[in-house]
Design a protein around this ligand. Structure first.
Ligand code: S3P
Length: 447
């Protein structure tokens, strides 16, 4: 199992093109297969979790050809999927299993969905319950709450549903099921979760109405493939690591190219901007990242210049947590270098991500000398702390591995991140990308 070795870093310099967005890649693979006509997907990320979605879609009958620069997907039409001959393996991907649960709930056949043991511990009741209300049969371990899930679909009816948690995965599952339902599916969401599914459905010509927190979709609408390629923007959640690294390592000056800045994703950039200015209390006033020209997938993209800066602590809660949900491992690293006590609240969802990110982030950063107190729904990080080089574990969590690597750049001695191959789940090429900015990070085969 390879480890990552990180040395204290000099200034980061240069520019970096951010690889494709994994959330958007999952959706492109699913929607292109449902469309009438063929779709060319450009800039997709061959992250482990997206490859899992591709394999699952192939087992459902999708045909895809990788030409190196793009993926050509032959659309099967709304009712063209076939019953898979075997269990669908979703690897460690919550997005794969939850979105596919919605998609196969619309099919007149039986599908079994499973994944790695961490995935089989993640809650599925949030998606199973509304799908049952729509008319699907969803069985699973622990009374239908844990994978493997068995879904017998077909004959769905639209429902009006209030999501108990702000979850783009659950919202997307219901929109996918809603395509196959009779009548309208109406979803109310408690916070601004990422809206990539809505944007991409529109790109394929489906009418999805968003009226603040309420989303409506009429069933039976067909998806129309388009002549122009479906271009996937760079992943803001991957950009987050060089963004924080260049903010923290003194003297750094970098440009991150091809960064997707959908406002439902850019909470971290808004937080860092406020911390540079020393604004202590964060109200979520929406995204402050300047919008770029819309990419063909209906997603804004910009080049983001980043310079090192001193940070002041922040208070984080409410909608901002939803807009930064995947960025808390790296945000906690930034908070260790900020002056004062950074308090994160309303973030209990972090406990059911790829790892329990409140517990694992606190435990591993403490090994490096960080001052972190856990709360049931967040943490308090006191800084600034000069971090120590240490040997840390990433708990099979890709974002924790990359966050710890960035922490190593500002530590006072060498750091080893164990089991860091998890990085390939979302950002294959992370190490080479950081090396291109002159960050002293390298692989060491631990045998
Ligand atoms: C995702 C939604 C979020 C996020 C995950 C990707 C998606 O999960 O944390 O990394 O692609 O829809 P939840 O829906 O559980 O909040």
């Amino acid at each position: 199992m390879p480890d990552l070795l990180i040395q204290p870093s000099g200034p980061l310099r240069g520019s970096l093109t951010i690889p494709g967005d994994k959330s958007i890649t999952h959706r492109a693979l699913m929607l292109a297969a449902l469309a009438d006509g063929d779709t060319t997907i450009e800039g997709w990320v061959p992250a482990e979790v997206c490859l899992a979605t591709l394999r699952c879609m192939q087992m459902l009958g999708a045909q895809a050809e990788d030409t190196g620069s793009a993926l050509h997907v032959r659309g099967r039409g709304l009712h063209g999927l076939v019953e898979p001959a075997d269990v669908l393996h979703c690897a460690g991907s919550g997005t794969t299993i939850r979105l596919l649960a919605g998609l196969v709930a619309g099919q007149p056949f039986t599908t079994v969905l499973t994944g790695t043991d961490p995935l089989r511990r993640r809650p599925m009741g949030r998606v199973a319950e509304p799908l049952r209300l729509m008319g699907a049969t969803v069985l699973g371990r622990d009374g239908g709450r844990l994978p493997p899930l068995t879904v017998r679909g077909g004959n769905l009816r639209g429902i009006e549903y209030r999501l108990p948690v702000a979850s783009a995965q659950v919202k997307s599952a219901l929109l996918l099921a809603g395509l196959f339902a009779e009548g309208e599916t109406i979803i109310h969401e408690p916070g601004p979760s990422r809206d990539h599914t809505e944007r991409m459905l529109r790109w394929f010509g489906v009418r999805v109405e968003s009226d603040g927190p309420r989303i409506r979709l009429a069933g039976g609408q067909r998806l129309h493939a388009r002549r122009e390629p479906l271009a996937i923007p760079g992943d803001f959640s991957s950009a987050a690591f060089p963004l924080v690294a260049a903010t923290l390592v003194p003297g750094s000056e970098v440009v991150l190219e091809n960064v997707g800045v959908n406002p439902t994703r850019t909470g971290l950039a808004d937080l860092l901007a406020a911390m540079r200015e020393g604004r202590e209390t964060m109200e979520d006033g929406g995204s402050k990242v300047e919008d770029g020209p819309a990419a063909p997938a209906g997603e804004p993209v910009v080049a983001l210049p980043v310079r090192a800066a001193a940070l002041k602590a922040a208070q984080v809660g409410g909608d901002l947590v939803v807009r930064a949900i995947d960025e808390f491992p790296i945000f906690a690293v930034a908070a260790t270098q900020a002056e004062g006590a950074t308090v994160i609240r309303d973030a209990a969802e972090l406990r059911v991500k790829e790892s329990d990110r409140i517990a694992t982030v606190a435990a591993e950063l403490r090994k490096m000398g960080a001052d972190i107190e856990e709360h049931p729904d967040g943490m308090t990080v006191r800084g600034p702390t000069k971090l120590r080089g240490a040997t840390v574990e990433c708990h099979r969590d890709h974002r924790l591995a990359m966050a710890l690597a960035v922490a190593g750049l500002v530590a006072d001695g060498p750091t080893t991140v164990r089991g860091a191959e998890a990085i390939d789940d979302s950002f294959p090429g992370f190490v080479e990308a950081m090396q291109a900015l002159a960050a002293p990070i390298s692989w060491r085969d631990a045998g």
